[in-house]
Design a protein around this ligand. Structure first.
Ligand code: PLZ
Length: 445
């Protein structure tokens, strides 16, 4: 069991003003004049400091973080080991560009990724800045290595906001609407979504494979790209057997299996990677978010013969694998290993599932509770149906916010509440957050 970090911020949620408070509101006014209106305004409390699972805003409110900045600070905010590693690296040098003059910690991160990602085959890695960039590069590698054009993606998928990754992402609003034309040769097939389709993993895989073979042709497919547990799309956990069946099909057909572990990776689901739960060994794994404890870093790690098929100079970018971000990643991975944060994720998951399942017995708007490890969600429905209830999700998030709890919605229909607490959250903090959440759900019912 991991105890909460001793901290100068304390470990308790505490509101000293209404939220957002006056200073946050003043900053928000300034924001309207200079920040593009294209960025959404989740919960406009402006953050000054953070520690563990607590965020302190400019008005002195202490907020409980159940979102980890969308699954990024899994090791918690302001972790001493990360602060130390980053500070030391900043003092040494902040940038050379790895392609111009390399440095050791880039290589060390790639060594860790080779060790940690599934499979004991030879692997190489290229580092980037963001998840979207990692996904784009995984697709580049798969197309080059196979000489084929098509990429298979799934309903409800989220892979990013760049032009290629918008095409890979399923949801139109807000991600894609009027931003086209989109990249070609992307084919979308049905996901396994047990709550709605009632299919076994084998049945759902047969449905997806049937569509690929009849509408695309296996020999045209470079890659099958999938989030082993979908993130933005609604924390959709495919039925058991779905991922192994797809993986077997890709193997048989010379298709590159790319697991997008950007949200589900790095201990979040109770193991280093979500694919580990079913023993699936992807050809390429994309990582970001939890990897570097809050610094921007992303990786594409794959079979050496695929990754090394690329001509020299074919992959890169000015900042990819920045030494400060790499230092943060090495410290983050060490913290995850030393404190067994995967084990902690399993404990948190058990506590969240127990609490939410019992809540679901009492209210008619929770259709399903699902997830794995500390990646847990519930889907809100119109009572007595499986029809999405986005209004309930909105009201739950805003109730939580009003009480100083950061909670996130997701889902193609905006009707899923997801819990992504920092894995260092204490039992008391989690219980506090869950009790606010329960009150929010009851109020919305
Ligand atoms: N793949 C599975 O979850 C990012 C998006 C937030 P970037 N998810 C958070 C938003 O609204 O922009 C994500 C993901 C999966 C890829 C990405 C993209 O990662 O670092 O945001 O580019």
């Amino acid at each position: 069991m991991v105890s909460s970090l001793s901290s100068s911020l304390g470990t308790e949620r505490k509101l000293v003003t209404e939220v957002p408070g006056p200073k946050s509101r003043a900053l928000h006014e300034r924001r309207q004049a200079v920040v593009s209106a294209g960025l959404s305004n989740g919960f406009p409390v402006y953050i000054e400091r953070a520690e563990g699972a607590i965020l302190e805003d400019v008005d002195g409110n202490h907020l409980l973080d159940l979102g980890s900045g969308i699954a990024v600070v899994s090791i918690g905010h302001a972790v001493p080991e990360v602060i130390e590693a980053v500070s030391a690296q900043v003092a040494n040098f902040t940038h050379t560009c790895f392609m111009v003059t390399p440095y050791a910690n880039y290589v060390e991160v790639c060594e860790e990724l080779a060790r940690l990602t599934p499979g004991d085959h030879a692997k190489t890695t290229a580092l980037f800045n963001s998840g979207a960039e990692a996904v784009e590069n995984a697709v580049k590698v798969a197309r080059l290595a196979t000489g084929r054009p098509a990429v298979i993606v799934f309903d409800h998928a989220y892979h990013g906001r760049t032009n290629l990754t918008m095409a890979l992402t399923a949801k139109n609003m807000p991600y894609k609407d009027r931003f086209g034309p989109f990249a070609p040769e992307i084919y979308r097939v049905p996901m396994s979504y047990p709550f709605h389709d009632g299919l076994s993993g084998a049945e759902a895989a047969a449905r997806a494979i049937g569509e690929i073979e009849s509408q695309v042709g296996a020999h045209n497919v470079a890659a099958l790209l999938i989030e082993p547990i979908q993130g933005e799309g609604g924390f959709v956990v495919p039925a058991e057997g779905f991922l192994p069946a797809l993986s077997a099909w890709t193997k048989k057909n010379g298709v590159v299996f790319i697991a997008d572990e950007i949200q589900s990776g790095f201990c979040r689901t109770g193991d280093w990677f979500a694919v580990n739960h079913e023993g699936v060994i992807p050809d390429i794994v994309t990582t970001a978010k939890g990897l570097a404890g809050g610094m921007p870093l992303a990786g594409v790690t794959g079979r050496a013969e695929l990754m090394n098929a690329v001509h020299e100079g074919g992959l890169g970018g000015t900042y990819g694998g920045n030494p400060v971000a790499a230092a943060a990643a090495l410290a983050t991975i060490k913290v995850m290993r030393d404190r067994d944060l995967a084990g902690r994720a399993r404990e948190l998951g058990a506590a969240m599932l127990a609490h939410l399942n019992s809540l679901a017995q009492d209210v008619a708007i929770i259709g399903e509770v699902r997830g794995r490890g500390a990646m847990i969600a519930f889907e809100l429905v119109e009572p007595g149906t499986k029809k999405p209830n986005a209004a309930a999700a909105k009201s739950i998030v805003s109730y939580c916010n009003s009480q100083g709890v950061i909670a996130l919605a997701c889902g193609t229909y905006g009707n899923v509440i997801r819990l992504l607490p920092p894995l260092v959250i204490s039992d008391e903090q989690l219980a506090d957050g869950l009790s606010v959440l329960a009150a929010a759900v009851r109020a919305a019912s």
